[in-house]
Ligand binder design. Structure first.
Ligand code: PLP
Ligand code: ZN
Length: 385
């Protein structure tokens, strides 16, 4: 295990590595316009890189999905969780032509156990919870994170608590019930459900799978970048696009590529392309210095990214800066069109939210010449909304 420290993304303080850590003790959960003290795992990159390279050179004795990159994860031994990650990079030549790209790949995260990239974080979180002897886990979620947690807990014989917004869809509630989750349905939105989950965590001591606050979950999500880089023969694509809610997913993607550069497996970083919905775009506004992009819509169907108080803003903004990235707000009509295009021009059924970054790429393609470039679109989820 090569994790050595936990650095606060808000105050910069370094704390010794502790698998039970949560938020920075000095900064706490933030709130009222203040960022939380999110901790970031730091590794001994020289040692981790050596062990990772040696492991990668061994003939593939069957890929182990997310745990293929164990030296860059904060745990020594994974729990026997459902096989996660190892998803294909699917070519999409028709969409590439439409965008004027040389190549477009879809990183098809809909093939994970519960049809969503969230499973990568859950695989790491449940492994760490199991190592600590936790019996009950919780999660605040618009649906996907809780469904992911519930599925893994069903498999492991653990109790799962799902804190969901009032407007959660029947389809998502049905998945939660089938997996046997205890559903705590808030009377408010996702941000309210998040607060309620944090209260329950303090009251009952349930292990938290809240991705922004639990510092180890982003580490699971970053494995999507490690896979993309390996699948492209240790070359970074020019662009990597993903939807942005709390900021964990795209922040993790940025971290993954940076760490590969740190250990010498990559020369360059891809430019990150994030997408929020026009209706809920706090990070776009912050990235642009205060003003939202376009005329904000009253509501959105992009439920998985409708986060009004994003909790991993500092991580996301840092990675966007580092990669020269962009963050766009897209109207639902464009996302709807992008969702249809993914199906009828690439054969991939994405959930509504997961089509938003294609809408962002289509906007970018109208403004910039993308010829000769390679882009990867991370299709984060594929369950019916
Ligand atoms: C959670 C989620 C996202 C966004 O992830 P954040 O970490 O909240 O930014 C994107 N797509 C899908 C399908 C999700 O479930
Ligand atoms: Zn701090």
């Amino acid at each position: 295990m090569f994790a050595t420290a936990l650095r606060c993304l808000r105050c910069g303080r370094e704390h010794p590595f502790d698998p039970r850590a949560y938020l920075c003790p000095a900064c706490g959960p933030g709130g009222a316009g203040e960022d939380p003290g999110v901790l970031d795992v730091v590794y001994d990159y020289a040692a981790a890189g050596r062990v990772l390279r040696a492991a990668l050179e061994r003939p593939r004795r069957g890929s182990r999905g997310v745990f293929r990159y164990l030296p860059l994860l904060p745990l020594a031994r994974p729990a026997p969780v459902p096989y996660t990650g190892g998803t294909p990079l699917v070519t999409a030549p028709r969409l590439a032509r439409r965008l004027g790209l040389a190549r477009l790949y879809l990183k098809d995260e809909t093939r994970n156990p519960t049809r969503c990239l969230k499973d990568r974080a859950t695989a790491v979180g449940v492994s760490m919870a199991a190592a600590q002897g936790a019996r009950a886990l919780l999660c605040a979620s618009a649906g996907n994170a809780a469904i992911s947690l519930a599925g893994f807990c069903a498999h492991q014989g653990l109790e799962s608590h799902a804190f969901v917004p009032a407007e959660v869809s029947e389809v998502r509630l049905d998945w939660l019930r089938r997996f046997g989750a205890v559903v705590h349905r808030s009377e408010g939105n996702y941000d309210r459900a998040f607060e309620e989950s944090e209260r329950a965590r303090r009251e009952h001591g349930w292990y938290s799978r809240n991705c922004a606050f639990n510092p180890f979950l982003v580490e699971g999500k970053k494995t999507v970048s490690l896979e993309i880089a390996e699948q492209l023969g240790w070359r970074a694509p020019d662009l990597v696009a993903a939807p942005v809610g709390d900021g964990c997913t795209l922040g993790a993607i940025g971290k993954g590529f940076r760490e590969l550069r740190e250990v010498g497996l990559l020369q360059d970083l891809p430019r990150l392309v994030g997408a929020q919905s026009s209706a809920v775009q706090p990070l776009v506004a912050r990235f642009r210095g205060g003003a939202p992009e376009g005329e904000p819509e009253p509501a959105t169907n992009a439920a998985s990214i409708a986060v009004r108080e994003p909790r991993n803003a500092l991580r996301l903004l840092g990675e966007l800066r580092e990669s020269g990235g962009v963050l766009r707000a897209v109207p639902d009509a464009e996302t709807s069109e992008a969702q249809a295009l993914l199906a009828c021009e690439a054969g991939v059924v994405a959930e509504f939210t997961s089509a938003a970054p294609l809408a962002a790429l289509l906007r970018l393609a109208r403004e910039e010449d993308l010829s000769g470039k390679t882009a990867v679109l991370v299709v984060t989820g594929g369950r019916a909304d």
